[in-house]
Design a protein around this ligand. Sequence first.
Ligand code: PGA
Length: 269
Amino acid sequence: RFAAALAGPLESVSSGDIMRRPLVAGNWKMNGTVTSVDALVTGLVSADSPSCELLVCPPSVFLAQVRAGLSVAGHEEEIGLGAQDVSQHESGAFTGENSADMLVEFGCRYVLIGHSERRQYHGESDEAVAAKVERCLAVGLRPIVCIGETLEQRRNGSMLAIIAQQLGALAQTVAREDWGRFDIAYEPVWAIGTGESASPEQAQEVHAMVRSTITDHGDSEDCTRILYGGSVNDDNAKALFEMADIDGALVGGASLNVQSFISIAESAG
Ligand code: PGA
């Protein structure tokens, strides 16, 4: 039961035969209390492990509690720990921030970077996102880089140009050989927290474009997973995962409910 879970993203790849191990990640955002986090972790470690890779990204103030809960239950290998943001700087006078080194030392495997809420409310530019990615790669932390268009951009036909621009900033800073060392989450802004997921076909159109961009810029497209995020739930997950270029999900609201999160993970296979 644990063998598949122990394999990281790279172990699943066999050359010439694309096998990107699906990843289902929970973005808890700024939710939870000590009590509710305990209940969530207890629920997660009691559930049967799905064969996909599982990741939880709690608010940083709860990282220690989640890590402790997972390790007491012996699940720290099976359920990865990630942060929701990271500083682009190495260390120093950056009040309120956590460095990539700190997250690695603490035991985080992943970090979300450039979530649309960070871009919208904290003014994170594509360049800042790329700088954060670079910092993480320097210390061996695997970023999940969030990209996506607004409703207005989709309506005015600039969707693919926006996605290309967001990925283009990465291409400026990330070396060719490092393109297999992060994952991407396509999250259309209009689908986040709205209950209105992109249809599998709408998501696949963008994922296919992202896949070909990865192939253009990097040497290792087989290692970069492209997750879909935006109102994923246990009803719509299966159809999304059936698309050729959807390698998992970044789940917000539904990740706060153990049954929903596990059921989404089960449909990822
Ligand atoms: P949602 O959030 O699943 O609640 O739409 C997804 C996200 O923002 O990562």
